[in-house]
Design a protein around this ligand. Structure first.
Ligand code: DUC
Ligand code: ZN
Ligand code: ZN
Length: 463
């Protein structure tokens, strides 16, 4: 069995930093050792002096190759997981998407066929429910048996992914019964569609209208409603891609009341704003995602939510569409712009930038990007922690390196960067995925097919 020693670094855990050397044997971590411990029989030594050594990032919200509004997200499982590895993410959880009139099992089969043999890092699945009926509810149980125990529902997109309150109630009931977790896209889609129709009817067609017709109040309202429905059914609830302080207030109140309500936010809501959506010459289309980018005034509450654990997880909602291709579908009508922003490669760097700016501690950086996602989605302690017996998914991170984010240097398969020209401090130096070096010396040393499907347990944060 091959032995690798990562020596001289500062190990980061959700409980804080400490000095240790990390011994890897085969695919797992064998030991955390006193710094400088002499060891024989080590094939590879990785010098981590002056660097952090942390558990590989877990991005619990990505969309590789996802069909959306007549287009497909442009990162494949191959290109998307490779880009993730470049950025220090060693696990993704992606979303098979049920189409109306189809079942969950066949959807899961289809996504397995897309991902198998393609991924550079390990991957799991959640399931998008777009057609709640007796058959689907039964199949939620089968999904659980197949290692998929979190189910995303939509309060947005009437006529497509939308579920009525009654359908949500039924899915929540089933989730509560079988030990599943409901993930919610919380925006009031019925009201939003009215606002969008009114904007189009008065000739307002440009990308910023996407933001103006999806006001934060309607995210707050839907979040509160989802929480109430979860209360009635006793289902645990996870609000995805939370962007607005109104929604965060609802989550905080529920958590203060001791409910099993959790939420994630995404780097785009921490750094970008509706001003980006208002960029001229249709450039705002690059920033169209739902929920939309908000006024900058929402950002301090989101950072605070990350500190207080009212926001427990940072995911990317990586859903890339090329500006010169798919985004052009909405040139004449903002409602036809495919929703999504690329980001799987830069989550760890952007959140480390939060540490540099004094918004987050090192411990919360690791906790929100790796340890809590592992617990939330039933992967702990295999993932999300550097401990004996855990998978050797390890990032050696140089906190002093400087980089400028750009389409010219990123590895995502998309023709723009949402963070073009942004200078950040900190950079991935070396990445191991299950003991194999996948990034080192500025080179990708992994391979497609190394990544394995992760059959996940239930949420580990429930009472
Ligand atoms: N929600 C997502 O989570 N991803 C893409 C589009 C959407 O509405
Ligand atoms: Zn969504
Ligand atoms: Zn998403």
């Amino acid at each position: 069995m091959s032995r690798t020693l990562i020596h001289g670094g500062t190990v980061l855990a959700a409980s804080g930093p400490f000095a240790a050397d990390v011994l890897v044997e085969g695919e797992t971590i064998a030991a955390l050792l006193q710094p400088g411990t002499e060891l024989g029989g080590v094939e590879e030594r990785i010098d981590a002096r002056g660097k952090y050594v942390l558990p590989g990032g877990i991005d619990a919200h990505t969309h590789m190759e996802m069909p959306f509004g007549g287009a497909f997200a442009v990162d494949t499982f191959e290109t998307g997981t490779r880009a993730a590895a470049w950025g220090g993410t060693t696990t993704i959880i992606d979303f098979p998407k049920q189409e109306k009139g189809t079942g969950l099992e066949s959807t899961l089969d289809a996504w397995h066929a897309k991902a198998e043999g393609q991924c550079a890092i390990d991957y799991g699945f959640h399931m998008i429910l777009s057609d709640v009926n007796d058959g689907t509810l039964k199949e939620m149980r089968t999904c659980l048996d197949r290692g998929v125990n979190s189910f995303k529902l939509f309060m947005a997109y009437p006529g497509a992914l939308y579920s009525t309150d009654g359908e949500i109630l039924r899915a929540m009931d089933t989730a509560a019964e079988i030990g599943g977790l409901i993930m919610m896209h919380a925006e009031n889609g019925i009201a939003i569609d009215e606002l969008a129709a009114k904007a189009l009817a008065s000739g307002r067609t440009e990308p910023v209208q996407h933001g103006l017709t999806r006001p934060p109040e309607l995210e707050g309202e839907a979040t509160s409603r989802a929480i109430r429905l979860a209360e009635v059914t006793r289902a645990p609830l996870y609000i995805v891609h939370l962007s607005a302080h109104q929604a965060l207030e609802a989550v905080s109140e529920a958590r203060d009341a001791g409910r099993d309500v959790f939420a994630e936010t995404c780097p785009q809501y921490l750094y970008l704003s509706i001003e980006d959506l208002a960029r001229p010459d249709f450039e705002g289309a690059k920033y169209v995602a739902s929920p939309p980018l908000r006024e900058k005034s929402h950002q301090p509450s989101l950072w605070k939510g990350l500190r207080t654990n009212d926001l427990s997880v940072v995911s990317t909602d990586h859903c890339p569409f090329c500006f010169n291709e798919e985004k052009q579908l909405g040139r004449e009508d903002f409602t036809k712009i495919p929703n999504g922003i690329p980001g799987v490669e830069h989550r760890m760097d952007l959140l480390h930038q939060g540490v540099v700016a004094g918004e987050l501690s090192l411990a919360r950086w690791v906790d929100t990007c790796a340890t809590t996602p592992a617990r939330m989605f039933g992967l702990y302690p295999k993932k999300g922690v550097l401990a004996p017996g855990s998978d050797a998914d390890i990032v050696v991170y140089d906190p002093a390196a400087e980089q400028v984010l750009s389409v010219n240097t990123h590895h995502m398969n998309v023709d723009y960067s949402a963070y073009e020209g942004m200078r950040v401090t900190g950079r991935v130096d070396t990445v191991l995925s299950r003991g194999s070096v996948v990034i080192s010396g500025g080179e990708f040393r992994g391979r497609k097919g190394h990544g394995k499907f992760l059959s996940r347990d239930s949420c580990q944060l429930l009472r």
